[in-house]
Write a protein that binds this ligand. Structure first.
Ligand code: FAD
Length: 450
């Protein structure tokens, strides 16, 4: 039998897969007397009988292995190397593997990656399809009217974001970050002063009636001196934290607003594939009162990613965003791309649309919120990957300052406001609000503003 307590202690500095071992341990140890009799683990520490969860400690616990969380993890370890010191850093990811919950097909602005891993080209990052054309259409039911593109995608790339985060995950692990896919953080842990001291993962193997199945596994407490929440848009723990510490009020922020993005990745015929081609549309099938639009990006390997984004304040209660997306795929200018093709991936996710006005105070006692959990998506660009990454890097720098320079996490807020994220979000702050008057006034006002 494993000596779990010593295993957990070791894992703080070295053990590669402590949480996986805990899970395996649970699987291997049925709760019976004979196991206890031969056990070198004191009975009070045995998983099967102890009501307490086991606990594992790190310096920094990061929730979510998306672009924000992985950038934070990488930056922390880089700073450790630069300063000849070490911090234990772990990343929990609820997807079965890093990238499993990330929807592919993304126009990627490499600004933050250039800063984080300037050698990304030499290190074979999966970023190889530069934007080759940038079209913008206004759709009516039967026509596509070409307009000047408001997107400046020069220097950007069409990528698979799930492949990029997998690559970033490998980079983080090379630097010594421990990544645990398959573990959802379901609870925040607080100390007696209401400071966040980590997270709890969920119990698994519970049947619908609440009883424990044979496969029951107790969750684990993952404690950190600093906890960074990088759960993406409307993260459940991040929302709890914002409420508990009144972070919207503290940051003078408006409420957050959302859109739903439905996305499919298709493999299409070779002769229709134009690697790097980017298309955005406005108009049909959405009515003029509904904010949203579609996109179609040509990735590599005959793959395209297409989708429809619909702001969730739509007024017609009978509208079904998925049906609108189906209609969009039958538009005479879109359908020919898809004929003969196959859907290979699909999904839907929310996006933040509040922008500058809705960014909460992102620091709480014991940690900070990064990436889309805090709402750094740039709405007119429909891009949040680069800002998510940059916010993760800034939070990492603040966290490093806490351990090594006696600073506190509030320096993250100052760094954010002095960064290009702030500049970008400030510039685009009136774009989305202009559309409350409808599509045409919105386009006119935002055109003037830009
Ligand atoms: C339809 C659509 C199209 C988009 N197109 C673009 C684009 O072209 N270009 C661009 O730059 N941006 C685009 N974005 C936005 C971009 O995807 C996000 O800005 C970016 O992914 C945010 O990164 P993040 O790390 O903050 O969050 P995410 O990428 O959402 O990652 C969060 C990670 O945390 C995990 N997680 C969440 N909660 C928990 C938990 N409690 N415990 C453990 N793990 C957890 C999730 O599984 C996920 O892996 C698009 C978004 C959508 C929805």
């Amino acid at each position: 039998m494993f000596k779990l307590s010593s295993l957990l202690f070791k894992s703080k500095s070295k053990s590669k897969n402590a949480l996986t071992i805990i899970r395996t341990f649970n699987n291997l140890q049925p709760c019976n007397a004979s196991t206890h009799a031969n056990s070198r683990v004191p009975i009070s520490r045995n998983f099967c009988t102890a009501p307490e969860r086991d606990s594992i400690e790190y310096d920094v616990v990061i929730v979510g292995a998306g672009p924000a969380g992985l950038s934070a993890a990488i930056r922390l370890k880089q700073l450790c190397r630069e300063n000849d010191t070490d911090l234990s850093v772990c990343v929990l990811e609820k997807g079965s593997e890093v990238g499993a919950h990330i929807l592919s097909g993304n126009v990627f602005e490499p600004r933050a990656l250039d800063e984080l891993l300037p050698q990304w080209k030499q290190q074979e990052a999966p970023i190889s399809t530069p934007v080759s054309s940038d079209k913008f259409w206004f759709l009516t039911k039967n026509r596509a009217i070409s307009l000047p593109s408001p997107f400046d995608n020069k220097g950007n790339y069409v990528i698979s974001l799930s492949q990029l985060v997998r690559w970033m995950g490998a980079k983080a692990e090379e630097l010594g970050v421990e990544i645990y896919p398959g573990f959802a953080a379901s609870e925040i842990l607080y100390d007696s002063d209401n400071k966040v001291i980590g997270i709890g993962t969920n119990d698994m193997g519970i049947s619908k009636d609440g009883s424990k199945k044979e496969t029951f596994q107790r969750g684990v407490e993952v404690k950190g001196q600093i906890t960074l929440l990088s759960e993406g848009c409307r993260g459940s723990l991040s929302e709890q934290i914002m409420k508990k510490y009144n972070l919207r009020e503290k940051g003078g922020a408006e409420h957050q607003t959302y859109a739903l993005g439905i996305k499919e990745v298709w493999e299409i015929d070779e002769e229709k594939h134009q690697p790097g081609a980017v298309l955005h549309t406005l108009g049909w099938p959405l009515d003029h009162k509904t904010y949203g639009g579609s996109f179609l990006y040509h990735m590599k390997d005959r793959q395209i990613s297409l989708g429809l984004v619909v702001a969730l304040n739509y007024q017609n209660p009978f509208m079904n965003p998925y049906e609108e997306f189906q209609k969009f795929k039958h538009h005479p200018a879109i359908k020919p791309f898809l004929e003969g093709g196959t859907v290979i991936q699909y999904g839907a996710r929310t996006l933040n649309e509040g922008g500058f006005q809705s960014v909460p105070y992102p620091v709480f006692p014991g940690g900070a919120i990064v990436g889309c959990s805090a709402g750094f998506l740039n709405v007119p660009k429909i891009k949040g990957t680069h800002t998510a990454m940059k916010s993760g890097m800034l939070a990492a720098e603040a966290a490093f300052g806490v351990f090594n320079e006696g600073l506190d996490m509030n320096t993250y807020w100052d760094a954010l406001r002095n960064s290009w994220i702030w500049e970008e979000l400030y510039k685009s702050r009136n774009y989305r609000p202009a559309f409350k008057y409808g599509l045409i006034p919105g386009l006119a006002l935002s055109g003037l503003e830009q």
